[in-house]
Ligand binder design. Structure first.
Ligand SMILES: Nc1ncnc2c1ncn2[C@@H]1O[C@H](COP(=O)(O)OP(=O)(O)OP(=O)(O)O)[C@@H](O)[C@H]1O
Length: 335
């Protein structure tokens, strides 16, 4: 937690001077530990259509990665490909040997007409010891609801029950598909606080899917904006930088939520289409939209900017891909 606060303090300090360079350094931290999962050039194709393509990211223990994007942009598809629920049709997904995943899907296939208690929900798909159930319900603050019927839970209590179910088997990686859906604003803050506590106490990695395009959990290390491909990625900026936001929602929101500033010049419309800088609207991003998102200064302080390409070699962006790759993730530096 202190490390994260320090990171944000550094971000703020740098932003007054060499903002872009500071961001670049913070966006691409050197990961020395083995990632829990690593995606490179991942594409998923169904019924003759690419649902996502060129997706690259990795999650280390203790790291929080948040996927954002409009409805239908491929967030759930990407998460499922990451944990192996869906098979990628191109690219590679590497998972740490023996990786234990706790997955909270967006939708649960449960017959809600049947009575179901919270402790029964915990063991629906595989057995757990009584002590494990108690510990998970305690950790998520709903031990008193163990005998309650799931149908009668509030939105926030239900999400806590799903979280309890996911953490009970002590996963290395927690995948949460819209964990704050159906929860009011203060409930959202409380849930994000809980997720942060789970990460801090267990050290698990977290892949979070958020329905919000602009506000994410402040502890997020990397935000990835998807719309069939990675539009942009970066760190969130802490909400406490914005006095207006704090005035509106209070100091606790500032510690828990953060703005994400997009780095592409198009807007995702609620129906998934894309509005471009010239006002035109298309079904998808154009090749020259939003690909060039991480900007590196060359040769020190005042040198010209160079642009790092975030796609794989077949992304169709019309740029020269013959230059030497940057790093090991298939990124290409444009000439
Ligand atoms: N098995 C499938 N076959 C065909 N199309 C699919 C399949 N699964 C998902 N899709 C389509 O792929 C696109 C991406 O779906 P996905 O659920 O990943 O999006 P999402 O970003 O999570 O959306 P939302 O925010 O609405 O939950 C959607 O247009 C969806 O209809």
């Amino acid at each position: 937690m202190l490390l994260h606060q320090l990171r944000y303090a550094i971000t703020c300090a740098i932003s007054g001077g060499n903002r872009l360079f500071g961001k670049m350094m913070l966006q691409t931290p050197t990961k020395t530990v083995q990632p829990l999962v690593s995606l490179a050039g991942v594409g998923v194709r169904r019924q003759g259509r690419w649902l996502v393509r060129g997706v690259e990211f990795s999650i280390a223990p203790g790291e929080i990665v948040t996927l954002i994007g409009p409805n239908g942009s491929g967030k759930s598809t990407t998460a499922k490909a990451a944990i192996g629920v869906l098979k990628a049709d191109e690219g590679t997904v590497e998972r740490k040997a023996g990786l234990k995943v706790g997955y909270v899907p967006q939708k649960l296939a449960v017959d809600w007409t049947m009575p179901l208690t919270v402790d029964r929900l915990m063991t629906l798909t595989s057995p757990l010891k009584g002590a494990e159930i108690d510990a998970a319900l305690e950790a998520t603050g709903i031990r008193h609801l163990a005998r309650a019927e799931v149908q009668h839970l509030s939105g926030g209590e239900f999400q806590r029950a799903l979280l309890a179910r996911a953490i009970a088997r002590k996963p290395d990686l927690l995948v949460l598909d819209e964990p704050v859906q159906g929860v009011d604003f203060s409930g959202e803050i409380a849930l994000y606080d809980l997720i942060k506590t789970i990460r801090n106490t267990t050290g698990c990695g977290i892949l979070l899917i958020s329905h919000d395009l602009h506000v994410v959990m402040a502890e997020t290390d990397t935000v990835i904006c998807l719309n069939g491909h990675v539009c942009c990625r970066g760190t969130p900026e802490i909400v406490s930088q914005s006095p207006e936001y704090l005035k509106l929602f209070g100091a606790r929101a500032g510690q828990t939520l953060a703005f994400y500033n997009h780095n592409h010049d198009h807007t995702h419309l609620p129906d998934g289409r894309v509005q471009h800088a010239d006002g035109s609207i298309t079904d998808d991003c154009r090749p020259d939209d939003g690909h060039h998102v991480e900007i590196l200064p060359t040769g020190g302080k005042a040198g010209p900017m160079r642009i790092v390409h975030t796609h794989g070699p077949n992304c169709g962006c019309d740029h020269d891909h013959s230059a030497a790759p940057v790093g090991s993730k298939g990124e290409r530096r444009d000439a």
